[in-house]
Design a protein around this ligand. Structure first.
Ligand code: NDP
Length: 493
């Protein structure tokens, strides 16, 4: 656990970091990890035909957690064949019956919520308060929501007939491992599709634990198949001839590679890619609330969030005030042991991601922006990075254009509404945006002019299974959540 720096100047009104020492509050629930995780194919755990495995580690300690199977092309093929065999009866099942399975999965996940939260935190590095209060409950909520849709599919596209596509291939990233899995599985299954899914290499554990739940829920064999591995396994999942649709969440770079890979086939596609969201603070905004919103927007999940508010656009007249408050706020963010219930920022997910963050931060310094970092003491072991912000950022800086995917905020200023819109839209991405203002009419104007899939007003990072999420431009296409998300897993006539 990091200890607060006694020499750090306390911010006005925010001095509790130095005055109150927190007792350690470690979460102690048993994550019930196995030493080895096999592939989940045809309803059973099977050894990989490739004969290969890799280790998954705890990024907060660098200690090994478990051995994960590495699926080769033959394993992926086996998974697709199992899914194809399961499809005729799964898709023919009445929606009411499919809904019961989804409901059971949601309930079983709730039953084992604390265990899953600890496993997610150990494997991914995120603070336990986030995996406990956000990742796991939201994952269950997605299964509940789609359980409710399964017997009402005629209302997904009124007046048209909807039908499942067949077998869908899905690849997910490491930042919200269980939640991304729920976003992908729940609508696909509700619609009557069968699935082959690959989790990210560094965070496979909760996906494999969910397979235990799928068995307990007595989901018919082959409806869901999980193959673990790295990029090559992902490419095999995306390119398999039996995939009627592929759904990918990850970086824009890999998303483009997949689009090139499957160009010329008739596979449907959904791409949820990167972002560089503008969080826009007007001078009439409630500044203290906005500061909390800025902190949430960029430091939630160590900034490993595709829709993170990584570019702060603040109106010039309040910029000094906002920056001063932000600096004193980030001084008291607690960085350290992800399993401690008081921790605000846990570990960076991997050594590679830490190197990426350091590289981009160094570029910001080199290009002339002013770096401010929390003086918190970082743990000796593991992958950690202090909450950081850059002032004096211009549009051409790499830190204003590229996704850092870490706890680093780039601050720019603006004078007029038009300038805010122009700067916010001046990016290759278009996933999300935030607007902080007292004026409802300004919120409406901004939300129509901002080229972003989601625009939050006087809040940030709000999610709900009924609300479609997805991007414009290089942030991808297709939606996840809501009626629109279901439609992306259906053919309509
Ligand atoms: P990557 O694109 O590197 O990886 C995403 C997934 O794709 C992983 O499972 C990865 O496997 C796999 N993969 C890697 N190469 C290939 C390939 N050639 N073909 C198929 N699959 C492949 O992203 P990260 O895991 O680094 O995640 C961070 C990125 O994801 C960020 O850019 C972020 O913005 C974006 N993201 C977007 C979200 C959205 O909803 N728009 C949500 C979350 C993240 P492996 O783990 O082995 O590398």
């Amino acid at each position: 656990m990091a200890t607060p720096n006694k020499n750090a100047a306390p911010g006005r009104g925010l001095i509790f970091g130095d005055l109150w020492e927190f007792d350690p509050a470690p979460e102690t629930a048993d994550p019930r990890l196995k030493a080895r995780y096999d592939l989940f194919i045809g309803g059973a755990f099977v050894r990989p035909r490739s004969g290969r495995t890799f280790d998954t580690i705890n990024p907060a300690t660098e200690g090994k957690l478990a051995e994960i199977s590495l699926a080769g092309a033959a394993d992926v093929d086996l998974a697709y064949r199992a899914a194809a065999r399961a499809f005729p009866s799964w898709s023919a099942l009445h929606g009411r019956e499919r809904g019961k399975y989804l409901f059971r999965i949601a309930r079983l996940l709730q039953d084992r919520a604390r265990e899953f939260a600890v496993a997610e935190t150990l494997d991914g590095g995120k603070p336990i308060k986030e995996s406990r209060d956000f990742d796991v409950p939201m994952a269950a909520a997605h299964f509940f929501y789609h359980a409710g849709w399964a017997d009402k599919l005629e209302y997904v596209a009124p007046g048209r007939r909807v039908a499942p596509l067949g077998v869908v291939g899905q690849v997910i990233p490491w930042n919200f491992p269980l939640l991304m899995l729920a976003w992908k599985l729940a609508p696909a299954l509700a619609m009557g599709n069968c699935v082959v899914l690959k989790p990210a290499e560094t965070t496979s554990i909760t996906a494999m634990k969910l397979c235990e739940i799928l068995q307990d829920a007595e989901l018919p064999p082959g409806v869901v198949n999980i193959v673990t591995g790295a990029g090559e396994t992902g490419a095999a999942v995306m390119g398999h001839p039996l995939a009627a649709k592929v759904a990918f969440t990850g970086s824009t770079e890999v998303g483009k590679a997949i689009m090139r890979q499957i160009a010329g086939t008739d596979k449907k596609m959904t791409m949820e890619l990167g972002g560089k969201a503008a969080n826009i603070i007007f001078d009439d905004a409630p500044i203290d609330q906005a500061v909390e919103g800025i902190v949430n927007a960029i430091f939630f999940n160590q900034g490993h969030v595709c829709c993170a508010g990584s570019r702060l656009l603040v109106q010039e007249s309040v910029a000094d005030r906002v920056v001063a408050k932000l600096k004193s706020r980030i001084r008291v963010l607690r960085v350290g042991d992800p399993l401690d219930k008081n921790t605000d920022l846990g570990a960076i997910n991997s050594r590679e991601q830490l190197a990426t963050i350091r590289r981009l931060v160094a570029s910001g310094v080199r290009e002339g922006a002013a770096l401010y970092q929390s003086p918190c003491v970082l743990p000796q072991k593991g992958f950690f990075f202090p909450p950081s912000l850059f002032t004096g950022v211009t549009q051409s800086h790499r830190i204003a254009r590229e996704e850092i995917f870490g706890p680093v905020l780039s601050i720019l200023t603006f004078r007029t509404v038009d300038e805010a819109v122009e700067k916010a839209n001046n990016t290759a991405y278009g996933l999300s945006a935030g607007v902080w203002t007292d004026k409802g009419s300004r919120i409406l104007k901004m939300s129509t002019e901002l080229k972003a899939g989601v625009v939050w007003a006087n809040t940030f990072n709000r999610f709900d299974p009924s609300s479609p999420f997805g991007g414009y431009k290089e942030s991808g296409f297709g939606r996840e959540g809501g009626r629109q998300g279901l439609l992306d897993y259906a053919s309509t006539t």
